[in-house]
Design a protein around this ligand. Structure first.
Ligand code: NAD
Ligand code: DAU
Length: 344
């Protein structure tokens, strides 16, 4: 079995590649452009593995993608590659729309032409938009995306579905909640707060910090994707959630507690435009059909993650050099600070 993974040098993709290398005898081909978020240091353990091949390239490059898919004739494509950060999509939507929509189209076309028997599209719960409590999105919920990122993912989901309906391409779509764990680029909430806390830098909380997210440990997500790849039904969508909803402020306070840093590092800053208030989703379908369930509870997952960042100071220093600094200035430099916790 050969699996073509796109975006396998990123946070979740690299965890998936490491999982396949550890748990299967499959050949894994990893196509990645190595954007700011792609990092071969996430995959050093595989460098000498004869069942692993890395290809440096862009999923939007039609010739390269078609040549690679023709050469490898993979039994499955698992598509992670994306511009994945909401704040960056607000600052610069163009690369997000290009990669997430056009890149997905290019892969679908190659899969259609070469009749690839399995195409797993890795998507997000953000496509369901903000939900009032106590609603939990099932796979039938309408798509109401708010940011250029989530709109591009919703658009790519619809395109993927259209290839099933129109061309009978055997596609599957997964929609996961907020991931956390080792190797996550420190632009997303948890790794950014950990990295800043360990450095005694301010922890910037958007708005009142009462936005709710569901937290999923990255390995639980990867096990869910593998379950879908192995057991999912063609044309179906599967939610993958951690079943652990928390307001952002509580997450940030736990990071401060577990790193032993003072609450004075908390800093309330201007909110994200179009900020979704609450995500929540039901993973009932995946659990019923495959027996999957999340295994890592938030407390131990967060502790393990903090330990990993403490032990990988060099990795953090590398990814925070260069481009990261100008991004940080663009995203956080212009935000006003609130003197204290904003009132609801
Ligand atoms: P990431 O930003 O850490 O990694 C993205 C990877 O894709 C990087 O290695 C990057 O180099 C690569 N890439 C980007 N553009 C490319 C292109 N044009 N061609 C080839 N490679 C390219 O992202 P992540 O957090 O690991 O997310 C992976 C996937 O999972 C994305 O599709 C994202 O939408 C989805 N997802 C993420 C989360 C989350 O919480 N992070 C939750 C649900 C779904
Ligand atoms: O829900 C799944 C999605 O989760 C994925 O599809 C995305 O790829 C991933 O980036 C993530 O999106 P979010 O916007 O929810 O994640 P982020 O880590 O950027 O933010 C989580 C929450 O924390 C959100 O309410 C915004 C808030 N936040 C974030 C940052 C970076 C802050 O308050 N301060 C910050 O500095």
């Amino acid at each position: 079995m050969t699996v073509l993974v796109t975006g396998g040098a990123g946070f979740i993709g690299s965890a998936f590649v490491r999982m396949l290398a550890a748990q299967t005898d499959w050949r894994v081909v990893n196509l990645d452009k190595l954007t700011y978020a792609g990092n071969l240091e996430n995959l050093t353990a595989l460098a000498e593995n004869p069942l692993y091949r890395f290809v440096h390239g862009d999923i939007c490059d039609e010739r390269l993608v078609l040549a690679l898919v023709s050469e490898e004739k993979p039994d499955a494509i698992v598509h992670f590659a994306a511009e994945s950060h909401v704040d960056r999509s607000i600052l610069s939507p163009e690369p997000v729309v290009h990669t997430n929509l056009h890149g997905t189209f290019v892969l679908l076309e190659a899969a259609r032409r070469l009749r690839i028997p399995r195409f797993v599209h890795v998507s997000t719960d953000e496509v369901y938009g903000s939900l009032e409590a106590p609603l939990e999105a099932t796979e039938q919920f309408p798509l109401v995306p708010s940011s250029p990122y989530s709109a591009s993912k919703a658009g790519s989901d619809l395109l993927v579905r259209s290839y099933f309906v129109t061309y009978k391409l055997p596609v599957l779509i997964t929609r996961a909640s907020n991931n956390y764990g080792p190797y996550q680029f420190p632009e997303k909430l948890i790794p950014l707060m950990i990295a800043n806390a360990l450095d005694n830098k301010p922890l910037p909380v958007y708005g009142d910090g009462q936005q709710v997210r569901d937290w999923l440990y990255v390995e639980d997500h990867c096990r869910g994707i593998l379950a879908v790849l192995r057991q999912g039904r063609d044309g179906e969508i599967y939610n993958i959630g951690g079943n652990r909803s928390l307001p952002n402020l509580e997450v940030v306070r736990r990071v401060l507690e577990l790193t032993g840093k003072p609450a004075s590092l908390l800093q309330f800053v201007t909110d994200r435009p179009g900020h979704d208030r609450r995500y929540a989703l039901s993973s009932e379908k995946l659990m019923q059909e495959t027996g999957w369930r999340p295994l890592v509870d938030f407390e131990s997952g967060l502790t393990q993650t903090i330990d990993w960042y403490r032990d990988h100071a060099l990795w953090v220093a590398h990814v925070r050099s260069g481009e990261y600094r100008s991004y940080y200035e663009r995203n956080y430099g212009g935000r006003e600070l609130a003197a204290s916790e904003p009132r609801p």
